[in-house]
Design a protein around this ligand. Structure first.
Ligand SMILES: [Mg+2]
Length: 296
């Protein structure tokens, strides 16, 4: 990355959404398949809930400074009712079914250990592009689907990773984890991040041999942030390749890592082959509109 070049806020937001969708598409082709595959970036791309719920969140918050959880929940339900959500996890699905029959956003969804999925973290990114954000709002947005401290901390970790990129505090080096640790409550997510921070010399593949990248937020969020830290060393194509080879919840790990990296590098230099396939996803006009009318 060229460090002297200033990347503006809207380019970062667009980069976050585009690279998140690209990661979702690339990772989605290999979700749950065997490791050590030859990774093919061509072929058909399609997005899943990671991108869909991130865009639904954008729709709920883009035009006002204040974020209202009931509006976010209403957008989720709207996408669900129109059959536009694919690959939903159990906690999110439970919340949507309860919203559909009139449940209140603060009461629907899962709680307890089984709510510790990555479904809140995967869709939290747009909140990092709001300047006046309070922690209780982030928690409210998480709890619509996931009432669990690990799921919340995972979302908080993604949120702060993106904030550090937007603010220019993180420039693509292997110090992203240490720049967010102080913000996180004591949880298993934080403990895993501390472990990975001590293993920063290892490759993504080597981390993948020690830890899984399941849909459990303690597994997938820390490894996604760890992977983003490799951007200056190996580039985004190699990062996605290594994340796919680790296996597990690959659409979500690639999407979250893509969101963090996109927030760092912006949308100006998306590889042309990827851009063409991204356009084929049919969400470019919507993203252009949301970013163009975004209120910080
Ligand atoms: Mg998905």
């Amino acid at each position: 990355m060229e460090k002297s070049h200033v990347i503006n806020f809207k380019s970062r937001l667009k980069g976050c959404l585009i690279y998140g969708a690209i990661g979702d598409s690339i990772g989605g082709k290999y979700e749950g398949t065997a490791t050590n595959l030859v990774i093919d970036f061509s072929g058909d791309w399609s997005i899943s809930d990671d991108t869909q719920l991130t865009l639904a969140t954008c729709e709920a918050i883009f035009d006002s400074e204040k974020i209202r959880p009931e509006k976010v929940a209403a957008r989720f339900l709207d996408w669900y009712n129109r059959g536009k959500l694919t690959g939903l996890g159990a906690s999110t699905l439970k919340a949507l079914r309860e919203l559909q029959i009139g449940g209140h956003w603060a009461l629907v969804g899962r709680s307890g250990d089984y709510a510790a999925g990555n479904g809140a973290a995967m869709r939290i990114a747009p909140l990092a592009f709001k300047r006046k954000m309070e922690r209780h709002t982030i928690k409210d947005i998480c709890t619509i689907t996931h009432k669990n401290d690990e799921a919340y901390t995972g979302a908080l970790a993604i949120y702060y990773a993106i904030v550090r990129a937007i603010d220019g505090d993180w420039m693509g080096g292997d110090n992203l984890i240490e720049k967010i640790l102080d913000e996180l409550p004591d949880t298993n997510v934080k403990d895993r991040l501390i472990e990975l921070d001590q293993l920063k010399e290892l490759t993504i593949a080597e981390i993948g041999l020690r830890y899984k990248a399941t849909g459990y937020v303690v597994d997938s969020v820390p490894i996604s942030i760890f992977a983003a830290q490799k951007i200056n060393q190996i580039g985004i194509k190699e990062i996605f390749t290594e994340l796919v080879k680790i296996g597990g919840d690959t659409d979500t790990t690639c999407s979250m890592t893509g969101q963090i990296i996109g927030s760092l590098i912006g949308d100006e230099n998306v590889p042309s082959d990827w851009m063409n396939k991204f356009i084929g996803l049919g969400i470019k006009d919507s993203i252009d509109y949301l970013v163009g009318n975004w209120k910080e």
